[in-house]
Design a protein around this ligand. Structure first.
Ligand code: HAM
Length: 429
């Protein structure tokens, strides 16, 4: 039987993994500049964490979780997102007690959602995300948005659209909720089954429904922005002011509600409007979640964050025809001929690697010419030749492939010579 990979997952092979490493490196560097520290949490958690954290009425919890009983009969779930886990860890390890607040964290890792797979929608995907816990300063909202935008821009993306909204505080949301119930109740029977049940449980989610998008009641639905109380309105204005001062352009979209229940105040998404990007245009999403820490058993702590999938980021780079400067070449390739020379090449290859030099050699008993071809294919900067003649003279012949210059180097000086040539001081010997 031919076993294939599960639907909605992918294998990342050499040639592609270089792009992933490059992007991850850039995003780690960015997080470091913003002083966010890495956190790694388990890939599975108690199911209850997501039920309470992400919210019982969300699509994620209702339809998309990979939930299983373990052998001890516990209900566990492969994490569908990172925020709930980060907040759990924040509470569990009492990070709120550390002297430097807010606690600023970033993470990379696979997330799992049982969705209908399509371009840009996977069942296993990798998120990069950040969470800032412990400050209700609108400048932190702007910082998180700036970090997200910079991540894309520094990789070369141009066709970006930042959409922001405010979901207000609980008082504003309650007012808005009542207005939505009044608005949609007369047309309840015309809405899809999901929206009918959302009407009581979480009417705001109706605004995000894909099935009822064209219903006339959608465009006339009361906007959250009309229901913001003074404090929420002021907060949102300050966030916008910071973005203006930073020169980050955005549009306010009052229908942006996000698919997770923990949000309040600032919500945002970054879209790609690159031609040919595909039907799903959201690159990343995030927002403020004051209240989540308490609901997971911690002290009152405001929080904000965002997450992006690396899959969609790479799709956007492709749509904008951006090639990443990844290097698939090797520094050196050892060409050897004759049994004795081959044995010596094995030893010298080992010594070079210990000295911090990237080197490969033939392991298929190839002819001299074919070994040179392999070196060419690998784009080797230097080809080192060791045959019977060289061995007799106790030298290695080193060819600089860029200049074509060929030098005979005595075996005793060889490692130092190569180190100097490649200017790598990474000596492990
Ligand atoms: P989310 O909007 O559910 O938010 O997901 C954030 C990002 O993850 C999306 O914008 C998209 O890039 C990526 N994503 C989601 N589902 C898939 C999928 N099936 N395939 C590929 N990529 C996907 C969250 O997860 C929140 N935890 C974000 C957050 C952090 N909010 C505050 N802090």
């Amino acid at each position: 039987m031919n076993i294939k990979l599960p639907r909605g997952t992918q294998d990342l092979l050499p040639g592609v993994t270089e792009n992933w490493q490059y992007v991850e490196g850039k995003l780690k560097d960015l997080s470091n500049r913003y002083n966010y520290k890495e956190i790694r949490t388990p890939i599975f958690e108690h199911t209850e964490l997501f039920q309470r954290g992400v919210g019982d009425t969300t699509d994620i919890v209702q339809k998309e979780m990979y939930t299983f009983q373990d052998r001890g009969d516990r209900s566990l779930t492969l994490r569908p997102e990172g925020t709930a886990s980060v907040v759990r860890a924040f509470v569990e390890h009492k990070l709120f007690g550390l002297p430097n607040q807010p606690t600023k964290l970033f993470y990379f890792g696979p997330m799992f959602r049982y969705e209908r797979p399509q371009q840009g929608r996977m069942r296993q995907f990798v998120q990069f995300g950040v969470e800032a816990l412990g400050s209700a300063d609108p400048a932190v909202d702007a910082e998180v948005i700036a970090l997200a935008m910079s991540g894309y821009q520094e990789l070369g993306l141009r066709s970006l659209k930042l959409v922001i909204n405010s979901l207000g505080d609980s008082e504003s949301r309650m007012e808005h909720r009542n207005a939505l119930i009044n608005h949609f109740t007369p047309v309840k029977e015309e809405l899809c089954g999901d929206c009918q049940s959302r009407l009581e449980k979480n009417p705001m989610r109706i605004l995000d429904c894909k099935k009822d998008r064209e219903h006339p009641a959608m465009s006339t639905a009361p906007s959250i922005l009309e229901y913001l109380n003074d404090e929420s309105r002021e907060y949102f204005q300050k966030v916008q002011k910071h973005l203006d001062n930073m020169g980050i352009s955005y549009v306010v979209d009052q229908n942006l509600v996000r698919g997770l229940d923990y949000y309040n105040h600032t919500a945002f998404e970054i879209m790609s409007d690159a031609e040919g990007f595909g039907a799903i245009t959201t690159l990343s999403g995030g927002g403020r979640y004051n209240g989540l820490v308490e609901s997971l058993g911690g002290p009152e702590t405001p929080g904000i964050g965002f997450a992006m999938s690396i899959e969609r980021l790479l799709m956007a780079l492709e749509a904008e025809k951006i090639t990443l400067p990844t290097d698939e070449s090797v520094d050196c390739y050892f060409v050897s001929l004759g049994d004795k020379a081959k044995d010596e090449a094995v030893r010298l290859t080992y010594e070079l690697r210990k000295a911090g030099i990237q080197v490969d050699k033939d392991y298929q008993d190839k002819k001299f010419k074919a070994q040179f071809k392999a070196a060419d294919r690998l784009n080797a900067k230097f080809v080192m030749v060791l045959g019977e003649d060289e061995l007799d003279k106790n030298i290695v012949s080193v060819k600089d492939m860029e200049t074509g210059e060929q030098t005979e180097v005595s075996i005793s000086d060889f490692i130092t010579y190569m180190k100097n040539k490649l200017r790598k001081g990474n000596d492990h010997v």
